[in-house]
Design a binder for this molecule. Structure first.
Ligand SMILES: Cc1ncc(COP(=O)(O)O)c(C=O)c1O
Length: 412
């Protein structure tokens, strides 16, 4: 018989030892961190990598011809190479470092729409995070483009008919998320990519919630661009990634201008650096990039397939237990990522979150940066529990007990 914390796929007890924060208490109770879709906790290997950089080889990258500068550049570029392997990209040239997913999506929205003509169409979905919504909306407004939305069905999945109806020969760009941060839907991005390509459109995927949880293969997915953010996948804040196909990145206009992204600057004009640095103006987040490389090592050592399986086990255990509780609505499909968005009848999501916090359980409550989706669902907020590799069944039990406390306090 397996221990509750030792699921079929992972030795969670061992993993937890790497995360110092998991030892702390909140309001006198052991921390149960179920807000992983907002940001993940960091293993000591990542924390030490940041400390080590600042203590032993802090220097700027790509410019200083001295030992520290060379060590910093090598470590930073090594991290890029690891990320390229992690997502099965052709080379480091496909990997652009950004500040986060939001910056990556802004880069693509700005750069990809710069050559479009008035009336050209962009397709996103009702299920997008504001970061994959507002940049396209604002570029469409500024450049006279038409923005269309793939509708969701009753299970909060992208509606198949709506995908086909919206992506047409007029579509120039399709941008959808791989896993919804609001409800956990896993979208059929390979299929959507195929439809986008059949219609001659570029495919952008917001992989912010997928990169931390599942194996990614850029060659299989075949999207033109794939964006993710380091802090949700055990890495530091301040670093994100845009994967892009080389020939497209080469033909695109840079997003930010300044130092480092140039080849030669004359009074009349400037030529730009080679890939990937053409898109990386100014001093980058060096320690954060290096830290993300270490996070990727950590995830790879455990195995993304095993992480995906383990998350799935925990989510189905939590869903099973939640279904036994009267008055709970769970949003989204049965098969999902490691996110459970829910409401308790008669209680606002913020109150749910506050009472759970008093029990040491950290979840998120609100619109989850998905206000358009909330309006389609006819609600203003949900409570959201999101799980990761270090969460246990015991923690799910604590979460369930805390939900019972909410019901008791509110008499529902
Ligand atoms: C699906 C999705 N896209 C984009 C983002 C934005 O990520 P960041 O805030 O790191 O830019 C998030 C963060 O919650 C997300 O969940």
């Amino acid at each position: 018989m397996l221990q509750k914390t030792q699921t079929k796929s992972l030795d969670v007890e061992q993993i937890r030892k790497d995360f110092p924060i998991l030892k702390r208490k909140v309001h006198g109770k052991p921390l149960v961190y179920l807000d992983n879709a907002a940001t993940s906790q960091k293993p000591r290997q990542v924390i030490e990598a940041l400390k080590n950089y600042y203590e032993t080889y802090n220097a700027n990258v790509h410019r200083s011809i001295h030992q520290l500068g060379e060590e910093a550049t090598a470590a930073y570029e090594k991290a890029r190479e690891k990320i390229a392997v992690f997502v099965n990209a052709d080379s480091y040239q496909n990997i652009l470092f950004t500040k986060n997913s939001t910056e990556g999506l802004n880069l693509l929205a700005y750069s990809l729409t710069s050559s479009l003509k008035k009336g050209d169409e962009i397709v996103i979905s009702q299920l997008e995070h504001h970061s994959n919504f507002v940049p396209w909306q604002q570029m469409a407004k500024q450049r006279g483009l038409k923005l269309k939305f793939i509708k969701i069905n009753k299970d909060v999945e992208l509606d198949k008919e709506s995908i086909k109806k919206n992506i047409t020969k007029k579509t120039k760009i399709v941008s959808v998320n791989h896993i919804s941060n609001a409800v956990g839907t896993i979208n059929p991005i390979e299929k959507i990519t195929k439809i986008a390509h059949e219609n001659g459109a570029f495919m952008v995927v917001d992989g912010s919630q997928a990169a931390p949880h599942m194996p990614l293969d850029m060659k299989e997915i075949d999207s033109d661009f794939y964006v993710f953010t380091g802090h949700k996948m055990l890495g530091p804040t301040g670093v994100g990634v845009v994967y892009g196909k080389k020939e497209l990145l080469e033909s695109m206009q840079p997003f930010l201008y300044g130092g480092e992204m140039i080849n030669e600057v004359k009074f009349e004009d400037t030529t730009f650096n080679k890939l990937p640095w053409k898109f990386e103006a100014g001093t980058p987040n060096i320690s954060e990039g290096i830290g993300l490389g270490i996070a990727v090592d950590y995830l790879k050592n455990i195995g993304m397939k095993r992480i995906f399986e383990k998350d799935k086990e925990l989510v189905s255990y939590a869903m099973k237990r939640m279904k036994d509780i009267d008055g709970i609505t769970i949003y989204g499909p049965k098969e999902r990522g490691s996110i459970i968005s829910f409401n308790i009848r008669g209680v606002h999501a913020h109150d749910v979150s506050q009472i759970l916090d008093s029990e040491g359980v950290a979840i998120r409550a609100g619109h989850h940066c998905c206000m358009p989706l909330m309006s389609v669902l006819g609600i203003t907020a949900t409570a959201r529990a999101s799980f990761y590799l270090y969460n246990t069944e015991e923690e799910v039990d604590t979460f369930i007990n805390a939900i019972h406390k909410v019901k008791k306090v509110f008499g529902v």
